[in-house]
Design a protein. Structure first.
Length: 755
């Protein structure tokens, strides 16, 4: 036997051995309905007149059964194993003519074949090469035959085992397989001599042609080869597939690239939704690292572990609901603006919130953005080199999937000035601007009065640059009424667009009317108002706020409650922060400045503070849930008391408050502008502003009214406050809660001009 022949004979053994090592995929096997076989029987008769061979064929139906296995246990398969394959062609009758001559004619021989079976011996394996597969193994042919002629008649059984070839064209995949264009080799058998006349020998050569037949079956598709390794299914990784075979199979059936190329963000997102598992960044502590770019994410199957939203982020529709949040983190190597967005690339209404860390301070938030479809979100903040920021993304109503985009770009730092100055940019004039509350229903005279009181005038917006600056840095508000500015229409104007003049007499050449404005709708719309986006409208003589312009910095951040005004001489400072702060942070920062969060121990003090400081919009969030500055009011043991230690004994609360939502006090209004109303809230309901109170800075002790002289005027104030002084009072010079002889002695000792 040659080496090549030996190797060929051993090939099925090698395949069987390999299949014993590698798991296989079993499949059903059957013969396609309607399949046919061509039975070709070649008879060779040897007699006294010589040797003749004749052949005849007949098409018969064919059936069969058996088993089949494919190897390995993952597609694409490279081997096919047949187990106990049995083919059963139908019966056939064939006629032959032998020893023909002109005188006697031919000897006719009739052959009938019945009960034919061709059985593959044992299990046979073969390699799949392209779409071809072939086996070289033993087949056993069994059948009954009868031969009839005038010379002899014979009958018997064919039972021959021969090594013959069997091959065909294979298609396999998607749970099904089919073998067609099959060919089975020829099986040779001899008719027993004892059934033949002396001197006659008959040999049969049987060929079963299977061109009209096909074998077919089904199998349960195995999981892709990549399934069962690679890493967690809900995490993107470079390799194809993931550890959970069942989940992996589900995902790869939907997106084959997840098993063929790499398990990327899209695959991980699909796994979360398909396999009902939580995203890996469901918790703040397991936040996913974000670099620059756009990345797939899902909040499906996540829970909500983030803190309640700050008032500035709360909407009327849901009250600030944050459904099923997921977390990301980003560390910036340089100081720059960081832009976070789901705008137009998420399939659900999203929210975004950014924090300094898990349990840290809220930096910014975003709900619905006007130019972002479907309630998607976009926000930005200023990052500091080396700092890591936590980005929280979730739904407003439900869970969903999409993409989150992170980029570096320009983000205007929030102003920390009460009245920001327009000092740079096109059209910069060095002027300062602020919006102040007038309360609903106030008129033009009130707008003029409020502006005059602080040394300004209703703003005259004479350039596009000035208009843009105001919209971005001294943003007007419609919450609580319209915001007016210094543009009015002359009474004799007959056209809505005619007769508009600046109150300063400046030439009117720049305008930024909203679409369709001015239109004098309903008549009497002779006063200009400005929207938060900087566009203008004509309105009637009723406003909620006024935009005030100052030619130079007005110094609005500090105010002193002078004794001449019935005050204590205390100084107050409004602090606006770049990053919103909690109540505790505001308290600590106030102490670092040498003061304390303001204690409004009397209603008169609260009125003074609001009118002179708190009514400016710069200290408020300017949202529907309008959060004002922190103050020094705290509930301790269920008792509300001021930072000074004095218990609250008057009612500063907004109607319905306090409602038990927190133990810290702050200014607050709802669907309104700044109001002298307080709310109870939680420590982390961050604010951008707080009010610091400083003790009176008298030129010398005893100078109660601060005029630089200790005299009868101060004595009168001291005597007027004689007795217990539970609150701040100007005569309590030694701060012991009493105005008595000790204080009088201090005053008399300082009598005269202060040094």
């Amino acid at each position: 036997m040659s080496r090549t022949t030996m190797l060929r004979s051993l090939l099925p053994i090698f395949i069987l051995l390999a299949s014993a090592v590698n798991a296989d995929v079993p499949a059903s096997l059957g013969v396609d309905p309607g399949s046919t076989a061509v039975i070709t029987l070649e008879i060779t008769v040897t007699g006294v007149d010589g040797v003749e061979t004749k052949s005849d064929s007949q098409v018969v139906p064919i059936g069969g059964d058996g088993g089949v296995r494919f190897t390995p246990d993952a597609e694409p398969f490279s081997g096919m194993i047949l187990d106990g394959l049995v083919l059963r062609p139908g019966d056939c009758s064939l006629t032959y003519e032998f020893f023909c001559n002109p005188l006697f004619g031919c000897v006719e021989i009739d052959v009938d074949l019945s009960q034919i079976t061709a059985t593959l011996q044992g299990s046979a394996g073969a390699s799949i090469v392209g779409d071809q597969v072939g086996w070289g193994t033993d087949w056993r042919l069994i059948g009954d035959y009868t031969i009839n002629s005038i010379l002899f008649s014979s009958g018997g059984a064919i039972d021959v085992t021969s090594p013959i070839g069997f091959n065909g064209r294979l298609s396999v995949g998607n749970g099904g397989w089919r073998l067609d264009q099959m060919l089975l080799g020829t099986i040779v058998s001899d008719v027993p001599a004892d059934s033949l006349p002396d001197g006659l020998a008959v040999q049969l050569r049987t060929t079963v042609g299977l061109g009209g037949a096909a074998l077919a079956g089904n199998y349960d598709p195995p999981p892709p080869a990549a399934c069962g390794s690679g890493g967690d299914c809900n995490v993107a990784h470079g390799a194809p597939g993931c550890d959970d075979v069942g989940c992996c199979e589900l995902v790869c059936n939907a997106d084959p690239s997840c098993c063929n190329l790499a398990w990327d963000d899209a695959c991980a997102t699909l796994a979360v939704s398909s396999c009902v598992i939580a995203p890996p960044n469901d918790r703040c502590e397991s936040a996913r690292e974000l670099s620059l770019g756009r990345f797939a994410f899902t909040s499906v199957n996540a829970d909500t572990d983030g803190p309640p939203l700050a008032t500035a982020c709360v909407d009327e529709e849901t009250g600030g609901a944050f459904v099923s949040d997921v977390w990301f983190r980003h560390t910036t190597p340089v100081d720059n603006g960081i832009l976070v967005s789901t705008c137009g690339h998420a399939g659900f209404d999203t929210r975004i919130a950014v924090y300094t860390g898990c349990g840290g301070t809220l930096l910014t938030c975003s709900d619905d953005v006007v130019d972002c479809p479907g309630g998607t979100s976009r926000c930005g903040f200023n990052g500091i080199a080396g700092e890591t920021y936590l980005i929280r993304v979730g739904g407003k109503f439900a869970t969903g999937s999409g993409e989150i985009d992170l980029a570096w770009g320009d983000v205007a730092a929030p102003s920390t000035e009460m009245a920001p100055g327009f000092s740079t940019g096109v059209g910069a004039n060095g002027h300062h601007y602020v919006v102040r509350s007038l309360f609903n229903g106030r008129d033009w005279a009130d707008a003029i009065s409020a502006s005059d009181r602080f040394g300004g005038y209703p703003a005259t917006i004479t350039s596009p640059g000035e208009n843009t600056f105001i919209a971005n840095r001294a943003t007007p508000s419609q919450v609580g009424g319209a915001t007016t500015f210094g543009l009015i229409q002359t009474p004799d104007a007959t056209d809505p667009a005619e007769g508009w003049e600046w109150i300063t007499g400046e030439r009117f050449y720049h305008s930024n009317w909203n679409v369709g404005e001015p239109n004098d709708f309903g008549r009497g719309e002779d006063f200009a108002t400005i929207y938060s986006n900087g566009t203008w409208n004509d309105g009637v003589n009723a406003f909620g706020h006024v935009l005030i312009e100052f030619d130079q910095s007005p110094g609005l951040e500090e105010v002193t409650w002078a004794p001449s005004l019935g005050g204590t001489g205390a100084r107050y400072q409004a602090v606006i922060t770049t990053i919103p702060v909690s109540w505790s942070e505001a308290r600590d920062r106030a102490a670092a400045l040498g003061g304390s969060l303001v204690s409004m121990e009397t209603e008169a003090e609260a009125d003074f503070l609001f009118e002179n400081l708190v009514a400016f919009h710069s200290l408020w969030t300017r949202t529907n849930y309008n959060g004002g500055p922190w103050i020094g009011l705290e509930s301790i043991g269920g008792i509300w008391q001021w930072s000074s230690g004095v218990a609250l004994d008057w009612n500063p609360w907004r109607p319905g408050e306090p409602d038990g939502s927190g133990d810290k006090g702050c200014f607050f209004s709802y669907l309104d502008g700044p109001r002298r109303e307080l709310d109870d809230t939680f420590d982390q309901n961050v604010r951008r502003a707080f009010i610091v109170e400083f003790d009176p800075e008298l030129p010398c002790i005893g100078d109660v009214n601060g005029d630089g002289v200790v005299n009868g005027a101060d004595l009168g104030l001291l005597l007027g406050a004689w007795g217990e002084c539970p609150r701040k009072c100007p005569g309590d010079l030694n701060k012991d809660g009493l105005v008595n002889g000790a204080d009088l002695g201090l005053m008399l000792g300082s009598w005269g001009f202060c040094p």
